[in-house]
Design a protein around this ligand. Structure first.
Ligand code: F6R
Length: 609
């Protein structure tokens, strides 16, 4: 949720730290700070607000001299956003500085213990406890002191630690929160996300849970939780740096919306060979697949909405029960999972803590876990029995777009793959869906070309205080995502309803001028969708409808505004339908002057429970 960068080498550290933090700012952005060893002491600079405030304060980094440092951009959990609660947090002597992502769950008990020893605290953060505790145990060897602290702290953490007495090294630690090491020549890095260091090196080491690393200018040494040395592999990252840059667009979100056709090509095309879906390294044997009795899809937020679409599609294709669970609920609801349950875990970041916890619970219960993940080498990818990467490229905007689309494509591919092995899909139907999947990127390009229409509707409706999304079946699942997109970036209250539920209470909220976005792409239920449009219109609603080309005329007769998508196989309608909804949210937020890429109170990767 927050961002960490660390540097040790021959260059000035502060500009490198600030540049890395700028690339991580999407992970948290209520305050930021750096600590640099100046040759005698640690100089710490912190500021509430966006990174720019800190950067201006430090003249882009020129105001602090030194070649070793750590930096942080924060999304507050313990202690409100303020200068004093920003990271790095330092020990009482000012000689140990710590940046931290995650939560130290037992910080209160540790704080009381230290206070009884006379240690004064200045912030409300759990992180200060770590800095103070390291100092408490420090007897000249930073690694040993950190080792002792690790046996006392509980929770999720990625830590970057710098000590003025041992400035020739940085210490890094991770448990349940991402942290990677970047290996350079005569310089080394640590970061919570590879995008922060991609400019300097593409060689990275993924730390495992409980591992500790010591970085010097010359190299990196890794240890397990008991400080025994461990051998680590270096991985090469082949993402292009410009994939994580705005490239002339005003917002990452807009750029990422436009990147979707290309991202779909990357996710789909290599997995279709001679008209057949091929999933390399799929961990389930044909026997496992035949033995499957149930599928669970577990995820959060938009990834959960992908799961909602997946439920309709997979149940239709496989004739097996598919349950979709919010990851944050899954482990507390006594899920019925056994070795004949396939658990599909969906996560863009691969680091969402709730999703990770659900994955572990599913494995504990004996389920086979296959994850659909975007970030290579992420925790969820590594802990799953098998992983299907979405290959969407780095997604920087907090509101997901291309990750949603590629997750959906991969889930559909997986459905086809399993259906063929189970013999639950007719060959002709299978071929039709595969062909339509291959056409999806081009059809999505058509939808994107018509964005001026959506911009026009956004200009008509951007002042509404409340918006309802209604739809049935796949259109309901689509509405959930459309509604979330709108509320998270435009701050307009919005809700998604299964149209049939309106008459059970919600319709009382419809009054003169209420905006209802009616989703009516699914042919089989088009007539029913029309009835719902008439129903809300007769209560005064303004209806903006989304349907397919084939239904344009009919819907045009009743809706106040109309957006269409090309016809395709029903399973794939949400993949096209989501694009106008993303664009609508984007334009509405733009017209309302919102901070689109960094909406308030949110962060890209949610590594706290
Ligand atoms: C919304 C959004 C979030 C994420 C959710 C799960 O636009 O991006 O709802 O979908 O936080 O994140 P991942 O997929 O990284 O597990």
């Amino acid at each position: 949720m927050c961002g960490i960068v660390g540097y040790i080498g021959g260059e000035q550290a502060a500009p490198i730290l600030l540049d890395g933090l700028a690339r991580l700012e999407y992970r948290g952005y209520d305050s930021a700070g750096v600590a640099v060893y100046t040759g005698e002491e640690l100089e710490v600079a912190k500021a509430k607000g966006r990174l720019q405030v800190l950067s201006d304060m430090l003249q882009g980094g020129r105001a602090i001299q030194g070649c070793t440092g750590i930096g942080h951009t924060r999304w507050a959990t313990h202690g409100a956003p303020s200068d004093v609660n920003s990271h790095p947090q330092v020990s009482r002597s000012g000689r140990i500085a710590v940046v931290h992502n995650g939560i130290i769950e037992n910080y209160s008990a540790l704080k009381q213990f230290l206070e009884r020893q006379g240690v004064p605290f200045t912030s409300q953060t759990d992180t200060e406890v770590v800095a103070q505790l390291i100092e408490y145990f420090y007897e000249g060897d930073l690694l040993q002191a950190v080792g002792r602290v690790l046996h006392r702290i509980e929770g999720a953490y990625a830590l970057g630690i710098l000590c003025a007495d041992t400035p020739d090294q940085l210490v890094a630690v991770r448990r349940d929160s991402p942290l990677i090491l970047g290996v350079g020549e005569g310089e080394n890095f640590l970061a919570s996300d590879v995008t922060a260091i991609l400019k300097h090196t593409r060689e990275v080491i993924y730390l495992e849970d409980g591992e500790v690393a010591v970085l010097t200018r010359e190299g990196v040494r890794c240890y397990n939780h008991f400080l025994q040395p461990v051998e680590k592999q270096t991985s090469h990252v082949d993402w292009e740096i410009d994939a994580a840059e705005k490239g002339g667009y005003e917002h990452f979100m807009f750029k990422e919306i436009l990147e979707q056709p290309e991202a779909l090509r990357r996710a789909i095309f290599p997995r279709v060979q001679d008209g057949q879906v091929c999933l390399e390294d799929f961990p389930l044997t044909d026997e496992d697949i035949q033995g499957m009795r149930k599928i669970y899809i577990v995820a959060c937020g938009s990834s959960y909405h992908v799961g909602m679409v997946g439920k309709y599609n997979l149940e239709g294709l496989l004739r097996l029960p598919v349950e979709v669970a919010l990851a944050s609920e899954f482990r507390y609801q006594q899920p019925i999972v056994d070795d004949r349950t396939l658990v599909l875990v969906i996560s863009q970041s691969g680091e969402t803590l709730d999703t990770m916890a659900a994955l572990r619970e599913a494995k504990r219960l004996g389920g086979k876990v296959v994850s659909i993940v975007n970030v290579m080498g992420s925790s969820i990818a590594r802990e799953s029995d098998g992983v299907l990467y979405t290959w969407a490229g780095p997604e920087i905007a907090v509101a997901t777009t291309k990750a949603y689309s590629t997750q959906l494509a991969v889930l559909n591919l997986l459905g086809l793959y399993l259906a063929q092995r189970l013999g639950t899909v007719a060959q002709e139907e299978y071929q039709t869906i595969v062909q339509e999947l291959l056409l999806l990127p081009a059809k999505m390009e058509q939808v994107l070309e018509n964005r001026a229409d959506i911009q026009y509707y956004a200009s008509q409706y951007f002042n509404h205080a409340s918006v309802f999304y209604i739809g049935r079946n796949l259109d309901y699942a689509l509405g959930l995502e459309g509604s979330l997109k709108l509320k998270e970036i435009s701050y307009i209250h919005s809700e998604a309803y299964a149209s049939g539920e309106l008459k059970h209470g919600t319709i009382s909220l419809i009054e003169q001028g209420t905006l209802v976005v009616a989703l009516a792409t699914y042919s089989r239920l088009f007539e029913k969708a029309m009835s719902n449009v008439v129903e809300v219109k007769s209560r005064g609603a303004d209806v903006l409808a989304l349907t397919t080309e084939g239904h344009r005329e009919e819907m045009g007769k009743v809706a106040n505004g109309l957006v269409t998508i090309p016809d395709t196989h029903p399973m794939l309608l949400p993949s096209l339908g989501v694009v106008p909804l993303q664009l609508f949210s984007y334009y509405v937020a733009l017209m309302r002057g919102c901070d689109i890429d960094k909406p308030r109170n949110l962060a890209k990767s949610v590594t706290v429970e």
